[in-house]
Design a protein around this ligand. Structure first.
Ligand code: KDG
Length: 323
């Protein structure tokens, strides 16, 4: 069995039952979500043995996060209970002011997870590991999280694991483009498998998409795989210099949150378990399509059976190899 480890913040997500401005919402569903945890749970559902590193508050929301990870079979040995700081929470606003677009409002400053640091890492977490995963959100949380993410990469590399990194820019955490480049560049340089998207590349390198693409390829000096997520335009990959492209599936969009994470997780689980790049991209698209069509980041994440059922209905999709 392949083994993966993730690091990041998991929060309680309050998602209104109705679309529209938050000030008019009175009924909320309580979900659990966090980018790297979403990806890890996607991988676990597809047969990778996963564990997760984070900190939770000694509060009710911390308890629901712990039981969510455990109920998925994700190992929580590296989860720290922080008695001084609370579990982070965020609110979702759907379809307002931009129809079909989701906005998030965080209550995560000084959260337990933001206090996670390199002192919480143990060598044993990195033994027999195939893949370590982190995204641009974690180093943006705090200096201690940044240090923990960098040290985890060193420990994972020493144990022979591959490093997967998603640029995942959250500008409300990183504040400026200059700071985004400063914080994210070391991670882009160290990644073996890099995930990014048009929005993130424009944020880092400007609106000329070809220039931005060239710049990120140049910066990703260790990456043998770069996956470019293009939302409803599908997904592309550059694998040891060869370009692959896979169009997306057209489905109704209810809540886009978590779709990119699902896409990363399905790609990584498929690739680690020996699937071809084309199939890995196809399953990544399926996971993204299922996730946008339902609320909650974790609940929709498909297992193999769900992927197969989806493909039986929607077909395998157009397959193109760009040379
Ligand atoms: O990818 C979806 C996540 O970004 C979101 O649900 C919460 O982890 C989160 C974040 O930091 O924005």
């Amino acid at each position: 069995m392949k083994r993966a480890l993730g690091l990041g913040e998991i929060m309680v997500q309050m998602n209104p039952t109705e679309k529209g401005a938050l000030r008019f919402q009175t009924l909320f569903e309580r979900h659990v979500a966090g980018s790297e945890a979403n990806t890890i749970i996607q991988m676990q559902r597809m047969g990778v043995e996963c564990s997760f590193l984070t900190a939770i508050g000694a509060d009710e929301f911390g308890k629901v996060i712990l039981s969510s990870l455990r109920s998925e079979g994700v190992s929580t040995h590296g989860v720290v209970e922080d008695r001084s700081n609370p579990t982070g929470v965020y609110f979702v606003q759907r379809s307002y002011p931009v129809p079909n677009k989701t906005m998030v409002f965080y209550y995560r400053k000084d959260s337990a997870a933001a206090h996670f640091g390199p002192e919480n890492l143990k060598d044993e977490y990195f033994v027999d590991l195939d893949l370590f995963l982190v995204s641009g959100i974690t180093p943006a949380l705090s200096d201690s999280c940044n240090q923990a993410a960098l040290k985890s990469i060193d420990l994972a590399k020493k144990s022979g694991a591959q490093i997967a990194f998603d640029t995942n820019i959250r500008i409300n955490l990183l504040k400026t483009k200059e700071n985004a480049i400063k914080v994210l560049e070391p991670f882009v340089r160290k990644a073996d498998i890099l995930f990014t998207g048009a929005g993130d590349m424009a944020m880092l390198f400007g609106n000329d998409s070809e220039v931005a693409r060239e710049k990120i390829i140049e910066m990703a000096e260790s990456a043998h795989i770069i996956v470019f997520k293009k939302g409803s335009d599908g997904v592309e990959a550059l694998v040891s210099g060869k370009r692959y492209s896979m169009p997306s599936y057209k489905v109704p969009v209810i809540d886009e949150l978590g779709a990119g994470d699902a896409c990363d997780g399905a790609f990584l689980a498929s690739y680690l378990q020996g699937k071809s790049i084309e199939d890995s991209l196809r399953y990544a698209n399926v996971a993204g399509a299922i996730t946008v069509s339902l609320k909650g980041d974790i609940e929709p994440l498909p297992d193999w059976q769900a992927i197969e059922t989806f493909l039986n209905v929607h077909g395998a999709g157009e397959k193109r190899l760009l040379r």
